[in-house]
Design a binder for this molecule. Structure first.
Ligand code: AP5
Length: 216
C-alpha cells in the first residue's frame, strides 16, 4: 500500500502516519524529519535547507525531489510506504508520479487531513519536542516533564523554531499557496480521501483505518 498524508501543518500527518506505519508494517517517510536530521548533522542538504525551514518556506523542489527519489529506491519501500510532507507542490507531485511510473507503481490513496486554522495554530504553538530523540509533547494534551527533560531519553525538550507564532502563520500561507492545489490534483486522479482531523489521536486513527479498509 502506498499512501500520502496531505494536509496543512499541524493537522496530524506525522502523528497519524507513524501509527499507520506501525499498523501496516510500511515505513513512514517524513521529509520534515529527514531535513531536521540533516540540519542537526550539518550535512550539505541540512545547510542548504535550514534557512528555508527557519522562515517556514519550502525547501526548493529540486533538492526535495532528489531526496525522495533516493529514499523510495531503498529496499524497505518495496512493500509500500507512507509519505508524510511530500509532495508539497504540483512539481513535486508530478515528479513523484513519474518516478513511481518508472517503477511500475502508483500511489493508492491520498489522505487529506482537514482542521480549522485556530485549532492548527493552537496545536503547533503548544508543541514541544525532544532535541535529542524527537519525541513529541504538547502542552495541551501531553505536556513534557516539569524539568524539560525528555521522559524517553533524558534530552532537552524545546520548541521547534518554526513553531513560533509568526513562522506558523507563514507556513499556513505557504500551504494555501503551494500545497493546497494538490487537493485538486489528486481529486482529478480520484485518489483524494478527505478526513476531518478534529478529535483525539485515537479517534482519528480509527477513522483513517476504517477508510483504508473500506477502500482496499
Ligand atoms: P514538516 O515537519 O513536514 O512540517 P509540517 O507539515 O508543517 O508538519 P508538522 O509536523 O508541523 O505537522 P503535522 O501535520 O505532521 O502534525 P503533527 O502530527 O506533527 O516540515 C517542516 C519544514 O520542512 C517545512 O516548513 C519546509 O520548510 C520543509 N519541508 C518538509 N517537506 C518539504 C517538502 N516536501 N518540500 C519542501 N520543503 C519541505 O502534530 C502537530 C502537533 O499536534 C503535535 O504536538 C501533536 O502531538 C499534536 N496533535 C496531533 N494530533 C492531535 C490531536 N488529534 N489532538 C490534539 N493534538 C494533536
Amino acid at each position: 500500500m502506498r499512501l500520502i498524508m496531505l494536509g496543512a501543518p499541524g493537522t496530524g500527518k506525522g502523528t497519524q502516519g507513524k501509527l499507520l506505519s506501525a499498523r501496516y508494517g510500511i515505513p513512514n517517510i517524513s521529509t520534515g524529519d529527514i531535513l531536521r536530521s540533516a540540519v542537526a548533522q550539518r550535512s550539505e542538504l541540512g545547510i542548504q535547507a535550514q534557512s528555508y525551514m527557519d522562515r517556514g518556506e519550502l525547501v526548493p523542489d529540486n533538492l526535495m525531489i532528489r531526496l525522495i527519489k533516493e529514499r523510495l529506491q531503498q529496499a524497505d519501500c518495496e512493500g509500500g510506504f507512507i509519505l508524510d510532507g511530500f509532495p508539497r507542490t504540483i512539481e513535486q507531485a508530478a515528479a513523484l508520479d513519474a518516478e513511481l511510473q518508472q517503477q511500475a507503481k502508483a500511489i493508492d490513496w491520498v489522505l487529506d487531513l482537514e482542521l480549522e486554522t485556530e485549532k492548527i495554530v493552537a496545536r503547533l504553538t503548544n508543541r514541544r519536542v525532544c532535541s535529542q530523540c524527537g519525541q513529541d509533547y504538547n502542552l495541551l494534551t501531553n505536556p513534557p516533564p516539569a524539568d524539560h527533560r525528555c521522559a524517553k531519553c533524558g534530552g532537552t525538550v524545546i520548541q521547534r523554531s518554526d513553531d513560533a507564532p509568526d513562522t506558523v502563520r507563514n507556513r499556513l500561507k505557504v500551504y494555501e499557496e503551494k500545497t493546497k492545489p494538490l487537493k485538486n490534483y489528486f481529486q482529478q486522479q480520484a485518489k483524494l480521501l478527505v478526513v476531518d482531523a478534529e478529535g483525539t489521536v485515537e479517534q482519528i486513527q480509527a477513522k483513517l483505518r476504517a477508510i483504508i479498509e473500506e477502500n482496499r
